[in-house]
Design a protein around this ligand. Structure first.
Ligand SMILES: O=C(O)CCC(=O)C(=O)O
Length: 293
């Protein structure tokens, strides 16, 4: 049976303000770090209220690639998400980790009721036969800003397997889950199609020891793209509007170029075909110290 591992990382939840250098050290030691309070509780509430109806738009009114579960390119479309990537503390910590001005990877989405199973965020590369993510200078880090506190029972955030960013990718040959959400009473009654999948991931055993990151709504979590992770499971059986904004930072280097090439050729990345950052976003990113192109 899986048990949540207790580690000493509790001091990173914001009770004590840490410097970017200290947070960067924590990232290198643990494969993840929390940058506390990038959004205030009021900003979290506003963003939730703004985004929630967007997931319910009829297909004809959605942006390319969007579903009832994913809204792509949120920083172009929903201004209130921009603070997550432009906050001075975000930029300071990411710059400290990378050792230079960061770039925004062209892969980002707001997610609703998503519950990924265990995987690495490099599994898609490895399944495609690519290996550059094992190069020493590969610097990609995923970020997520969840819009609710994480709770070991109710979920709302992320579990990680400590130390796993150095482990080989055990998901490469595993069978992807095909599971869809079980239709609720109302789905059946109203004949609604259940579009929401509840376990993106692989048919593979979990971990005996893992760590549930104690993030609060509005914290930014940065994590090594090779760390084994999953959504903290909601074991209450009660549905709720779990939301998060996801993306990645990296150095502006050959790996970023290769990755943009890789995703640029994927047929399912519909939003990339029309990606066109608004001028004010580009200007604000430039001023904040973030490359975006
Ligand atoms: O479902 C979640 O909250 C985690 C999502 C995740 O792991 C991912 O997008 O890589």
């Amino acid at each position: 049976m899986e048990t949540a591992l207790k580690t000493s990382a509790g001091d990173i939840t914001g009770a004590v303000e840490k410097s970017p250098k200290e947070l960067a050290k924590f990232y290198f030691d643990n494969g993840y770090v929390i940058v506390p309070g990038v959004l205030s509780p009021e900003e979290v509430a506003e963003l939730r209220a703004d985004l929630r109806p967007k997931f319910d738009r009829p297909v004809a009114q959605r942006n390319p690639g969007d579903t009832v579960q994913y809204l792509f390119d949120p920083f172009s479309h929903y201004e209130k998400t921009r603070k997550i990537i432009l906050h001075p503390r975000t930029i300071a910590v990411v710059t400290e980790i990378l050792g230079e001005r960061p770039a925004l990877v062209r892969e980002f989405a707001a997610q609703l009721k998503n519950y990924s199973g265990w995987h690495k965020d490099t599994t898609c590369l490895e399944r495609a036969g690519l290996t550059y993510h094992w190069d020493k200078d590969f610097s990609f880090m995923t970020f997520t800003c969840y819009l609710q506190d994480n709770d070991p029972v109710k979920g709302g955030g992320l579990d990680v397997a400590p130390g796993s960013w150095t482990w080989p990718d055990r998901y490469v040959d595993a069978k992807p889950h095909k599971e869809t959400r079980r239709p609720s009473f109302w789905d059946k009654l109203l004949g609604r199609k259940t579009e929401i999948r509840n376990d993106y991931g692989y048919e593979i055993k979990g971990f005996d020891d893992f760590f549930t990151i104690p993030s609060k709504a509005g914290d930014l979590i940065l994590f090594n793209r090779k760390i084994d992770h999953r959504a903290t499971v909601n074991s209450t059986g009660e549905d709720y509007d779990k939301m998060g904004i996801f993306g990645s930072f990296s150095r502006n280097d050959k790996h970023l170029q290769s990755y943009h090439d890789f995703i640029g050729h994927r047929a399912d990345y519909h939003y990339l075909k029309v990606l066109n950052y608004p001028a004010d976003l580009v200007a604000d990113a430039k001023a904040a110290g973030l490359d975006i192109f």
